[in-house]
Design a binder for this molecule. Structure first.
Ligand SMILES: Nc1nc2c(ncn2[C@@H]2O[C@H](COP(=O)(O)OP(=O)(O)OP(=O)(O)O)[C@@H](O)[C@H]2O)c(=O)[nH]1
Ligand SMILES: [Mg+2]
Length: 255
């Protein structure tokens, strides 16, 4: 997401191989366009969106964002109005109760008072990275990014990218899966090695039962126990359905 002409579709095309329409003028993108972004052994669905500005926000945007687990705020700092654009994007989103967060959702919720929490029940909270595009056109990218972060009061973790892969790409975003709270769990059949290449992806605080639901929704209630390698005290430890899984765990389900 971001203001018009900031380079969202170009970035989407580079990261997902989509043929997102790119134009040298604002409001090129009219419809959401999904694509797949492989990162380590996770496939993220990355959706290119139309721009957001002070006087333009697609009415369906809120519904689309409700399904998202995170966002990239894409900004062109060579645009002389970039601070105003960033303010407009965030205030338009806030009107729709969409909040862009600098970290995982859990911490932000804990900081709310009870009244605020009730008020915000239906809000959408998105861990967000600021992605600065067109750094090939900036003379001193580091200084411009710092000035922008201060003037626009943006505290989001920040990455920059340009058409040249040597100058950085969000594909290498350190910790982007940690920020989204993605937990990868590898399953294994008794007596066989773990399925090492295709993890199930869950969220923090999900359990062995959630893994069982993903493997076999109809039989999840029949799960007797699981054996766990990774975050358990010892390899192959027997755990119950309510055991919380951690990123990288190997789980052997016993029905
Ligand atoms: N020099 C340079 N130009 C870029 C870069 N990324 C995008 N552009 C150019 O910026 C213009 C806008 O790019 P788009 O990807 O269409 O921007 P957008 O944010 O999707 O635009 P809307 O859909 O209209 O909101 C195009 O002319 C691109 O070629 C970049 O990293 N460097
Ligand atoms: Mg576009």
């Amino acid at each position: 997401m971001g203001p018009p002409n900031s380079g969202k579709s170009s970035l989407h095309a580079r990261l997902t191989g989509s043929h997102a329409a790119v134009g040298p003028y604002p409001f090129t993108t009219k419809h959401p366009l999904p694509g797949m972004l492989p990162h380590q052994d996770i496939h993220f669905q990355l959706v290119d969106l139309p721009p957001i500005s002070a006087d333009f926000l697609e009415p369906w945007m809120f519904n689309t964002l409700q399904n998202a687990h995170g966002a990239l705020l894409v900004m062109d700092l060579g645009d002389p109005d970039c601070v105003e654009h960033a303010t407009a994007v965030r205030s338009r989103l806030r009107e729709k109760r969409v909040h862009l967060l600098a970290g995982p959702v859990g911490a932000a919720l804990l900081a709310l008072s009870d009244d605020e929490a009730l008020e915000e029940t239906f809000a959408v909270r998105l861990p967000t990275l600021l992605v600065v595009t067109k750094v090939d056109l900036l003379e001193n990218a580091a200084a411009e990014i710092e000035a922008f972060r201060q003037l626009a009061e943006v505290e989001l973790p920040t990455l920059c990218c340009s058409p040249s892969p040597a100058r950085g790409s969000p594909r290498s975003a350190p910790g982007s899966s940690t920020m989204l709270g993605v937990v990868r769990v590898y399953t294994k059949v008794p007596g066989h090695a773990a399925e090492a290449t295709t993890p199930y992806t869950l969220h923090q605080h999900e359990t062995v039962l959630d893994v069982a639901r993903m493997v076999h929704r109809g039989r999840a209630a029949e799960l007797k126990f699981a054996r766990l390698w990774g975050s358990s005290e010892f390899d192959g430890q027997q755990v119950g359905a309510d055991h919380m899984v951690k990123d990288g765990d190997i789980v052997e389900l016993h029905w």
